[in-house]
Design a protein around this ligand. Structure first.
Ligand code: ACO
Length: 331
C-alpha cells in the first residue's frame, strides 16, 4: 500500500501593524470603496522595517510544531515557499533550521509565486510517500510590503505580509490524496520583479527605474486565475476519483474575492464551501493558503474526515492544487 502523508499541525503568524484601505487613501489615489468592490480587501498586516521573512516564518513554524506535538530536533526537512526571502542566499529554510534548533533537518526554499505553499506541500508529500523522510515542516512566508511600490495604486492595495506553516507526517488514514502542479512561463511578465537578479543586476539605473519592485498586469493575471482555479481543482479531484460534490471545503489562494467567486461558480459550489479571509489580510502570496487553513481549523469549520481542496495560482505563471482527507490526528 502507498504510504500517504497528512498534515498533523498548522500554524500562522501575521505582524501586528495593520494598514487599512483608509490609510491607503492618504498614500495613493484610491478609495476604500474601490478596493472592497474590486478585490474584497479591507486591510492588510505589514511587517516592521526590521522584520524579515524568517521572523514571520519562525512564529508560524513554532505553532505548527506545537500543534503536531513534534520537537524541532525531530524534523527531517524544512521547506520554505517564498518570493520574499531574507536574502538571495542562503535559503530562508536554513535560517529557520538554525533558529528552530532543527539539528538534523535539511532545508531549502521553493519559489513558485503564490502557488508556492501547495507546491512545497506536494514536494513534502513525495518525500513521505517515498519513505525518505517522516517529519517535514512546510512554511509559506512573505513580506510583500518590502517589494511593493507604495506609489503604484494598481498593486500596493493588494498585498499583505504573513506566514503559515504545516507539519507533514506519515498517515494511517486519510491525508493527501492527490496533487496537481503546473506552469506557463509565457506569462512570466504578467507578474514579475525584474531587478536585482542576473538579468538586471542592482545598479543606480535599476533603482531609478524602480525595477526592484513587483510589476503586474492585473487583468492578465485575473483572466488566468479565473480559468486555472477551476481547471486545477477539477484535475486534482479527477486524480483522486472525486468530484466537486465530494468536497467539504475549498481553501483557495486569497487574491481577489471576484476570482474566488468565479471559481466557485465554475465548480458549481456554494460560496459557504470556500474559505475566505481576504478582507483581513489581503494577498499574502505563498502564506495565504496555510493562513486560511489554520484559521478554518482553529474556528472548527474543518472537521476530521472532511475533504479539502487547496488551490493556488501565481507568478510564473504557476498553479497548484492538493486534495486531502483531513485527519490531523491521522499519524
Ligand atoms: N484605486 C482606484 N482605482 C484604481 C486602482 C486603485 N487602487 N487600481 C487601478 N485603478 C483604476 C485603473 O487605473 C483603471 O482606471 P481607468 O479605467 O481609468 O484606466 C480602473 O481602476 C480599472 O482598472 P482595472 O485594472 O481594469 O481593474 P480590475 O477590475 O481589473 O481590478 C485588479 C484590478 C484588482 C488588480 C484585478 O485585475 C486583479 O485582482 N487581478 C489579479 C491580481 C492577482 O491576483 N495578483 C496576484 C497573483 S499571485 C502572486 O504570485 C503574487
Amino acid at each position: 500500500m502507498t504510504r500517504r502523508s497528512t498534515i498533523t499541525g498548522v500554524g500562522k503568524y501575521v505582524p501586528p501593524k495593520v494598514l487599512t484601505n483608509y490609510d491607503l487613501e492618504d498614500m495613493v489615489d484610491t478609495s476604500h470603496e474601490w478596493i472592497v468592490q474590486r478585490t474584497g480587501i479591507e486591510k492588510r498586516h505589514i511587517a516592521a522595517d526590521d522584520t524579515p521573512c524568517s521572523e514571520l516564518a519562525i512564529k508560524a513554524a513554532r505553532q505548527a510544531l506545537d500543534d503536531a506535538e513534534l520537537k524541532a530536533k525531530e524534523l527531517d526537512l524544512i521547506l520554505v515557499a517564498t518570493v520574499t526571502p531574507d536574502m538571495f542566499f542562503p535559503a530562508t529554510a536554513c535560517l529557520l533550521q538554525e533558529k528552530l534548533g532543527a539539528d538534523k533537518a535539511a532545508g531549502f526554499d521553493l519559489e513558485a509565486g503564490c502557488s508556492g505553499f501547495v507546491y512545497a506541500l506536494s514536494v513534502a508529500d513525495q518525500y513521505i510517500s517515498a519513505g525518505t523522510y517522516d517529519n517535514i515542516l512546510v512554511v509559506g512566508s512573505e513580506t510583500l510590503s518590502k517589494i511593493v511600490d507604495w506609489e503604484d495604486r494598481s498593486t500596493c492595495v493588494l498585498f499583505g505580509d504573513g506566514a503559515g506553516a504545516a507539519v507533514l507526517q506519515p498517515s494511517q488514514r486519510g491525508g493527501i490524496l492527490a496533487t496537481e502542479l503546473g506552469s506557463d512561463g509565457s506569462g512570466a511578465e504578467s507578474l514579475y520583479l525584474p531587478g536585482g537578479g542576473s538579468l538586471n543586476p542592482s545598479s543606480e539605473k535599476t533603482l531609478a527605474n524602480k525595477l526592484h519592485y513587483l510589476k503586474m498586469e492585473g487583468n492578465q493575471v485575473f483572466r488566468f486565475a479565473v480559468k486555472i482555479m477551476g481547471e486545477a481543482s477539477l484535475e486534482v479531484l479527477k486524480k483522486a476519483n472525486l468530484t466537486p460534490e465530494d468536497v467539504d471545503f475549498f481553501v483557495p489562494h486569497q487574491a481577489n474575492t471576484r476570482i474566488i467567486k468565479a471559481a466557485a461558480k465554475r465548480l458549481d459550489l456554494a460560496e459557504d464551501n470556500m474559505i475566505v479571509n481576504l478582507p483581513e489580510y489581503g494577498n499574502t502570496s505563498s502564506a495565504s493558503v496555510p493562513i486560511a487553513l489554520e484559521e478554518a481549523v482553529a474556528e472548527g469549520r474543518i472537521q476530521e474526515g472532511d475533504i479539502l481542496v487547496l488551490v493556488a495560482f501565481g507568478a510564473g505563471l504557476t498553479w497548484s492544487a492538493a486534495v486531502m482527507e483531513w485527519h490531523k490526528g491521522g499519524k
